[in-house]
Design a protein around this ligand. Sequence first.
Ligand SMILES: NC(=O)C1=CN([C@@H]2O[C@H](COP(=O)(O)OP(=O)(O)OC[C@H]3O[C@@H](n4cnc5c(N)ncnc54)[C@H](OP(=O)(O)O)[C@@H]3O)[C@@H](O)[C@H]2O)C=CC1
Ligand SMILES: Nc1nc(=O)c2c([nH]1)NC[C@@H]1CN(c3ccc(C(=O)N[C@@H](CCC(=O)O)C(=O)O)cc3)C=[N+]21
Length: 289
Amino acid sequence: MTARLLPGAPAAAALLADVAARAARLPAPPRLVMVRLGDDPASVSYVRGKDRQARAAGLESTVHALPEATTQAELLALIAGLNADPAVNGILVQLPLPAHVSEQAVLHAIDPRKDVDGFHPVNVGELWAGRPALRPCTPAGILFLLDHYGLPVVGQRAVVVGRSHIVGRPLAGLLLNRDATVTVAHSRTPDLAAVTREADLLCVAVGQPHLITPGMVKAGATVIDVGINRVPGQDGGKAHLTGDVDPAVAEVAGAITPVPGGVGPMTIAQLLANTVTAAEMQAGGQGTR
Ligand SMILES: NC(=O)C1=CN([C@@H]2O[C@H](COP(=O)(O)OP(=O)(O)OC[C@H]3O[C@@H](n4cnc5c(N)ncnc54)[C@H](OP(=O)(O)O)[C@@H]3O)[C@@H](O)[C@H]2O)C=CC1
Ligand SMILES: Nc1nc(=O)c2c([nH]1)NC[C@@H]1CN(c3ccc(C(=O)N[C@@H](CCC(=O)O)C(=O)O)cc3)C=[N+]21
C-alpha cells in the first residue's frame, strides 16, 4: 500500500479563502507587524514569505528588520509601542532571538490579544484549559489540514514526538481538546519505536532528518511530518529540504504529509487566520477559534 499524500497547498488555499472573506467584512484591513533581529537566512526567508502572503490575502503587513545588536530594552520599547497602537492587530517576533535577548521577556511583553503566535502564557493557559484564544500557528494549521482531508481525531491514539513550546506541546493540547488520546514523546523516551507504533495519528516535530523509519509506524496510520531539515546536496548538488520522516514510511502509512509543501504552508495560512481573528476580537466581535 502507498499512503495517500496530504499536500498543504489545497488546505491552505481553503483557509486563506476564509481569511480573505473575513478580512473583507472588517471595517479596515487587519494589520500584521513582524519583527526580526539579525540576518539568519531562514528567518529572513520565512518572514518574507509571510509578508508576501499576508498582502496577497488582503491584509496589511509591516516588517521591522532590526540589527542583530538591538538590545532587549529597545525591542521591548518597540513592542510596547505596537501594543498601544490601535491600528496594529497582530504582532509576531520571529524566533530564535539572539542570545542577549530573553525570549521569555519578549513573549511575555506582547499583548495577548495581539499575540498571533499564541506563545504568551495567557494564551498557553487558555489552550490547556480548553478555552477559546489565539492558538499557535503550526499546531492549529495541522488540525485544519486533518479536518480538510476528513481524517479523524476524536478517539484516535495520537503520538506527538517533540515537546517544544512552539510545536509539540501546543499540538498535544489541541489534540487533547479534540478528544484524541495523546502521548508526548521526546529525547528521553526509551524505546521510541514501541511508542510510535501505537499511533493511529503520528505527529513528528523533532528536527532530525528521517528519524522515523517504516518499522516505527503502524500500518495505515496518518503521519504528520513537521520537520524542516536542510540537507547538503551530494557531489556539489543543491541543498534541499527534508522532513523528520523517512519517505519510505509512505509504504506503511495510510496518509502522510510531504516536506516541503505539507505543514509549512499551513503554518503561514494559520498566522493570517490568527491575525484576522485578533482583528475581529479587537473590533468587539467573538472571533476566537
Ligand atoms: N513546518 C513548520 O511550519 C514548522 C517546522 N518546524 C520544524 O520542526 C522541527 C522541530 O521544531 P521545534 O519543535 O521548534 O524543535 P525543538 O528543537 O525546539 O524541539 C525538538 C524536540 O524534539 C525532541 N527530540 C530531539 N531528538 C529526539 C529524538 N532522537 N527522539 C525523540 N525526540 C527527540 C526534543 O526533546 P527534548 O525536549 O527532550 O530535548 C524536543 O522536544 C524542526 O525541524 C523545525 O524546523 C518548526 C516550526 C514550524
Ligand atoms: N515567532 C515565530 N513563529 C513561527 O511560527 C516560527 C518562528 N518564530 N520561527 C521559525 C519557525 C519555523 N516556521 C516555519 C514556517 C513556515 C515554513 C514553510 O513555509 N516551509 C515551506 C518551505 C520553505 C522553504 O522553502 O524554506 C514548506 O514546508 O513547504 C517553515 C517553517 C515558523 N516558525
